[in-house]
Each structure stands twice: as structure tokens, then as C-alpha cells.
Ligand binder design. Structure first.
Ligand SMILES: [Zn+2]
Ligand SMILES: [Zn+2]
Length: 83
């Protein structure tokens, strides 16, 4: 199975703000912010592209980063690794 190395504490991703070059704070997983809404969207999307294994299972985990200096927010797709 695939696991996200950031969620599992295997690695820390340091992200630099594209606007001011300040190092950004890790806010957590995007799904934790969106909650049930994004889970619902993903479920619906999976149904729509039924049969396309590659596009429905991309093995990425989206993390949210915010810049404490200018307030810029970034969604970063973390590639999941095989456990
Ligand atoms: Zn993750
Ligand atoms: Zn910034």
C-alpha cells in the first residue's frame, strides 16, 4: 500500500514562499480543512471516471502550507511512497 511520507512523519517538506521567499508553515492535510466536502467530491469523481485506474489513484496527498510573513497559501501534492 501507499503512504504519505509527510503524514507519517517520514520526511518533512520545507516549502519556500513564492512571493517573499520566507519559509512556509505546514498547516496539515488539505482534506482536514475541507472535511467531508472534498471526500464527497473525490467519491463522485471516482464514480465518473470509472475504470480508469491510473487517474483515479494517483497516490498523492495534498498538504496545505501558509506563509507567516505575507499570508500566501499553497497546496502541495506529496507523492506517496510504497510501504
Ligand atoms: Zn499526507
Ligand atoms: Zn510569503
Amino acid at each position: 500500500m501507499y503512504v504519505c511520507p509527510v503524514c507519517n512523519g517520514l520526511t518533512a517538506v520545507t516549502q519556500t514562499c513564492p512571493k517573499c521567499q520566507h519559509s512556509m508553515d505546514h498547516q496539515g492535510r488539505l482534506v482536514d480543512f475541507m472535511g467531508d466536502y472534498i471526500a464527497y467530491l473525490e467519491y463522485e469523481g471516482t464514480k465518473l471516471i470509472d475504470g480508469d485506474e491510473e487517474s483515479t489513484n494517483q497516490h498523492t496527498c495534498v498538504h496545505l502550507y501558509a506563509c507567516p510573513s505575507c499570508g500566501e497559501e499553497l497546496d502541495i501534492s506529496i507523492k506517496e511512497v510504497r510501504e
